[in-house]
Structures are given as structure tokens and as C-alpha cells.
Design a protein around this ligand. Structure first.
Ligand SMILES: [Zn+2]
Length: 74
């Protein structure tokens, strides 16, 4: 039996589509994220290094990044 094949079938879903965080203001993907798994996450929020926006960022598929940027540049 081909166990690798079964494993890749079971776990393929999350890794196939790459999600990126995008700034809803300027479309930059240079988002500074708080360190994962730390209590700091409660006080430190995601932060755009380009336009200094702080708050909730959109998460889009990497292949749809251009579409997203076009939309906010209107
Ligand atoms: Zn920004």
C-alpha cells in the first residue's frame, strides 16, 4: 500500500491554497503579525508595515491577491 499517497490525500487541503493577509487600505502584504501562541496576541494586533494600519486584515488566497488590490484601488 502507498501510505504516502493516502496521507497526502488526507492532509492536502490546507497546504494547497496559500492564504495571505492583505491590508484593506493599501493592499500591502507586508503585515507584521504578533508572535504566535503568546499572550501578547491579546494586546498586539496585526500591523501594516506600509501604511501603519492596525486592525482586522483581509485574508485572501494568494492567486486572488491581484483581484483584491484592484478592488481597493478603485
Ligand atoms: Zn496598509
Amino acid at each position: 500500500m502507498n501510505w504516502n499517497r493516502i496521507a497526502s490525500f488526507l492532509f492536502a487541503k490546507p497546504s494547497r491554497v496559500k492564504m495571505v493577509k492583505v491590508c484593506p487600505h493599501c493592499g500591502s502584504t507586508k503585515i507584521k503579525l504578533p508572535p504566535a501562541g503568546m499572550d501578547l496576541k491579546m494586546t498586539m494586533r496585526d500591523y501594516c508595515q506600509n501604511c501603519k494600519f492596525r486592525g482586522n486584515f483581509a485574508t485572501v488566497e494568494e492567486c486572488k491577491l491581484e483581484d483584491f488590490r484592484k478592488r481597493i484601488n478603485k
